[in-house]
Design a protein around this ligand. Structure first.
Ligand code: TGC
Ligand code: FAD
Length: 394
């Protein structure tokens, strides 16, 4: 299916450039042919569809909004968002993989790294030849990353890092881990760590009932020695880590629209064909109301993502605006996935259909990259000027 055929009640397609449509349709074709037919089985088996990694690299889908001089696609942020949307129409785990690779590892290398670090990593990561993970969260510090306990101590010629990172997407497939740690002055800094370094252990988390087609790991660092050139020189302070999150959250705001689209379209098609009480269930007022509510939420989410993209391309986007879109679009998609599951009746709980898988995945998306509550408090602080997070409340 060409993606121009997907739900677009307000004609947002007309606002896109040819290049943006091309980026969208190229990824959409891959998702339709290579991902959707096999994702249910991979998800059930708890397998990340690794075979897509080089294909997405060949299409320059990783870090697609970074410059061409580093082997990236050099697209604008709307095109990048459309790529995230199409990937998540397939599966949130696959979008997650690409978000982490591009938004959480390539972006900080580009933004905070040396020219040598950029040249070493970005072309290979854009091609999918090298993979990255981003270690910020810890077992006892998720919403409040400033409370991290991982430490980096200076030694002659480099640093020694000790700590544990939890829930790390791409952990065991990564060639490089961006690990955030506090230095001796309690300053948070970012380090590019080779997972093969002695003292670095990766344990995959196998008990997930969500994001099953994504690799999620614990990273344990016990006196891991890294050279001086492992540090990202401009990644200093919590603000640097949070700037990376803004990139990934931006992609999630778009991605959630993809998952919601898949669920809505599946439910609409099913409702038209499913006969109950002698007529299609789509003829029932309650089903129509549900579908209309889903369509309305998708349309609102599409408009938020689209305009956020234009703001980002204009260089005026604020991170609080990203919070609003991430919070709204993910929660809306979660509601749409649950409604779609209900319209599908008993069939809706199987993996032959997609709604249940999307709903289960979206539980993670609602939590990671700042929970719904955390984004409420970020926005609450922005509009009231009062901090409701914790002890620092004035
Ligand atoms: P706070 O005072 O708010 O911030 C410190 C400095 O950073 C600035 N800032 C940001 N800058 C850019 N983007 C953002 N999103 C920013 N948020 C804050 C802020 O202006 C400040 O600058 P300055 O110059 O005044 O120093 O620090 P806080 O400790 O009060 O932070 C609280 C809070 C809740 C905002 C923050 O810690 C937070 O966002 N918590 C949620 C943690 C989170 O989202 N973790 C995600 C881990 S990665 C992940 O989940 C990957 S999932 C896979 C995938 O992405 O697909
Ligand atoms: P907590 O912070 O303990 O929150 C628990 C609950 O308390 C939540 O409902 C939260 O909203 C609420 N809460 C917390 N503080 C407040 C407050 N002040 N007021 C009101 N309510 C509050 N992290 C990475 O660093 N890299 C990754 O690649 C990564 N990938 C992930 C992949 C998956 C599948 C998942 C599930 C998580 C991933 N994470 C990753 C971690 C994710 O970012 C965290 O789970 C998230 O930030 C929440 O932290 P937490 O789990 O510690 O929950």
């Amino acid at each position: 299916m060409a993606t121009g055929d997907h739900v677009d009640y307000y004609g947002i397609d007309d606002l896109l450039s040819d290049d943006e449509r091309l980026a969208r349709d190229t990824i959409a074709r891959l998702v339709d042919r290579e991902l959707i037919p096999r994702i249910g089985r991979a998800w059930l088996a708890g397998e990340f569809p690794q075979e897509l990694v080089p294909a997405l690299g060949a299409l320059r889908a990783y870090g697609a909004n970074l410059p061409q001089e580093y082997g990236c696609a050099g697209m604008n942020n709307v095109a990048y968002g459309l790529i995230m949307r199409e990937l998540e129409r397939g599966d949130s785990g696959v979008r997650s993989f690409a978000s982490v690779q591009g938004g959480l590892v390539m972006y900080p290398i580009y933004e905070f790294g040396t020219e040598e670090q950029r040249r070493r990593w970005l072309p290979a990561m854009a091609a999918g030849e090298k993979l990255g993970c981003f270690g910020l969260t810890e077992p006892t510090a998720g919403s409040d990353p400033a409370a991290m306990q991982t430490r980096a101590r200076r030694r002659a010629g480099g640093w020694v890092i000790t700590g544990t990172k939890m829930w790390i997407t791409n952990g065991s497939v990564a060639d490089v881990a961006l690990v955030w740690a506090k230095d001796e002055r309690d300053e948070i800094r970012g380090f590019l760590v080779d997972p093969r370094t002695p003292g670095f252990t990766v344990n995959d988390i196998h008990t997930k009932a969500s994001m099953r087609a994504s690799v999620t790991s614990e990273l344990v660092l016990e006196d891991v020695e890294v050279p001086e050139d492992a540090v990202l020189p401009k990644a200093v302070g919590l603000g640097a880590a949070l700037r990376c999150l803004t990139q990934a959250r931006y992609g999630i705001a778009w991605g959630a629209v993809g998952a919601a689209t898949a669920c809505y379209e599946e439910a609409l098609a099913y409702a038209r064909g499913r006969i109950a009480f002698g007529r299609p269930i789509a003829a029932a007022q309650i089903i129509q109301e549900r579908l209309v509510n889903m369509l309305t939420e998708i349309t609102k989410a599409q408009l938020l993502a689209y305009h956020l993209g234009r703001l980002k391309d204009a260089g005026t986007m604020r991170y609080t605006q990203v919070s609003l879109a991430k919070r709204n679009n993910v929660r809306a998609a979660l509601g749409i996935a649950r409604e779609a599951r209900a319209i599908l009746g008993g069939y809706g709980i199987t993996l032959e259909y997609h709604a249940m898988r999307h709903a289960a995945n979206l539980e993670s998306v609602d939590t990671y990259e700042g929970t719904y509550d955390v984004h409420t408090l970020i926005l609450g602080r922005d509009i009231t000027g009062l901090d409701a997070f914790g002890a620092a409340t004035p």
